[in-house]
Design a protein around this ligand. Structure first.
Ligand code: NAG
Ligand code: NAG
Ligand code: NAG
Ligand code: NAG
Ligand code: NAG
Length: 410
């Protein structure tokens, strides 16, 4: 719930923002053919687009970066989340893990004009309203306990007005809360437990959650976890059906044959129920959420990879992209066959790509840095279609360090 001190601000904001959720069409994957590409020379129309990530430091803050019409970035506006970030423990060094502090996809989520993020160090989720007239302006709408240890990934459904969070510490599992633009963020419900055998803070990346997401029609909540890298304990996918807006309290665990260290995932628009999922130990797979006990529909084995962790699908090129925490390149895949369409090594010194996003003819990839190289976001143009990725900017984000996590867009 919203704190009373915020009540006046909140109510004025509710009035101010009323209608905004309707005025901006929610991007829903279309069913059928790939959506027709916009004219390649056009950026994103008239609306101001903004990229968000979080510092994931002790005073965790959302960083909002305006996107120019050509996709380039400048300026960064900080808003405190009221919670603390966190780091996995690196099993080799025993030190806080950086970059890829949380080793997860979707630690910051935007749906409609709402933004959610995890505060792994304080075990909370924060919610904000985005001012559509000035999307770097975030209004806090509440902060709630995630009901578990070390929350890392968030899924949010506008249809069901539900936000869910995956906790990956000792008390691991998924909990969900209602949200709306009047009351803000409700309390998270009882944990749907997961057996990860973890510590606090968790030791990873292995044996931690990889991602939490809703499928295309928001009828299924999907959790991915990495396993420990042995054939005996591969990654797994746990699904929770959504019925009448309620997320099932029991999940079903699936281990499609051939799965590796299951990590980040993205819905493939225009398909019945397919997702692209990275496999940190070899590349990626395409999974059918309706047949999760069958072998993947396509498999991509990326030679020379180290940790393929993040997955996105471009409706502009009709291809998949995966990025590696340790190898600084974009790998583009054929979503039907799994064949590699292109590998693009960016002309910069970033040590890898620790999260990324695509919209229209652009891609933005975060490299949280390694203490020597600054925390940066590389911007790529893909307007030439499959195989055309080309860097147009490498933006060192002021005030960020190797703890930075998450990417979301409004
Ligand atoms: C926390 O971060 C916010 C936004 O970056 C900043 O305005 C505020 O001064 C910080 N607070 C502390 C106690 O450092
Ligand atoms: C895998 O399982 C087999 C059979 O249960 C066991 O003998 C082997 O030690 C296990 N390997 C690992 C790496 O856990
Ligand atoms: C991927 O390719 C490499 C090199 O050809 C090979 O060693 C490895 O076994 C392959 N992995 C999978 C999962 O197919
Ligand atoms: C992906 O593979 C299919 C089937 O072979 C082919 O028709 C299509 O052109 C390929 N797409 C790209 C972008 O390579
Ligand atoms: C950070 O990355 C740069 C470029 O990839 C590399 O030259 C440097 O040695 C790395 N520093 C550390 C501390 O790993």
């Amino acid at each position: 719930m919203v704190q009373s001190s915020n009540l006046f601000k909140f109510f004025s904001a509710t009035l101010l923002f009323a209608g905004f959720a309707q005025s901006r069409a929610i991007e829903k994957p279309s069913v059928g053919a790939w959506p027709a590409s916009a004219s390649p020379s056009v950026g994103f129309g008239e609306e101001q687009k903004v990229l968000y990530l979080m510092t994931n430091k002790a005073n965790n803050s959302i960083v909002a970066i305006p996107i120019a019409h050509d996709g380039t970035l400048s300026g960064a506006v900080y808003t405190s989340t009221g919670g603390s970030g966190g780091n996995l423990v690196n099993p080799m060094t025993g030190a806080p893990n950086v970059p890829d502090a949380l080793s997860v996809q979707d630690s910051v989520r935007v749906v409609g004009n709402f933004l959610f993020n995890v505060n792994a160090g304080s075990g909370t989720v924060s919610m904000f309203a985005i001012n559509p007239k000035n999307p770097t302006e975030l209004l806090p709408l509440g902060k709630q306990s995630s009901n578990g240890d070390f929350p890392t990934s968030i899924a949010a459904s506008l249809t069901n007005k539900k936000v869910c969070v995956a906790n990956t510490g000792v008390t691991a599992g998924v909990s969900c809360a209602s949200f709306d633009d009047y009351f803000g963020l409700g309390e998270f419900d009882a944990l749907r437990p997961l057996e990860l055998g973890q510590t606090n803070p968790p030791t990873g990346p292995l044996n931690t959650v990889g991602d939490l997401l809703f499928n295309a029609d928001e009828s299924l909540l999907v959790l991915t976890a990495k396993g420990n890298g042995n054939a005996n304990h591969t990654g797994f996918v746990t699904t929770y059906p959504v019925t009448d807006g309620r997320i099932s309290v029991t999940g079903k665990e699936h281990k499609p044959p051939g799965l590796g260290a299951e990590f980040g995932s993205a819905v493939i628009p225009g398909t019945k129920n397919l997702i692209l999922s990275t496999q940190a130990d070899f590349g990626s797979v395409v999974l059918d959420l309706d047949h999760l006990d069958a072998a993947p529909l396509a498999k991509t084995n990326v030679t020379g990879q180290a940790a393929s962790c993040w997955a996105q699908v471009s409706t502009f090129t009709g291809t998949g992209f995966i990025t590696d925490a340790l190898v600084n390149r974009l790998v583009e895949t054929n979503l039907t066959t799994g064949a590699i369409v292109s590998e693009y090594v960016a002309p910069n010194w970033n040590p890898g790509m620790t999260d990324f996003l695509t919209l229209g003819p652009k891609i933005w990839a975060l490299s949280a840095g390694n203490g020597t190289t600054p925390s940066s976001i590389a911007v790529f143009d893909i307007s030439g279609g499959p195989g055309s990725a080309k860097q147009i900017q490498n933006y060192a984000v002021p005030g960020l360090d190797a703890n930075a996590m998450g990417l979301a867009i409004f």
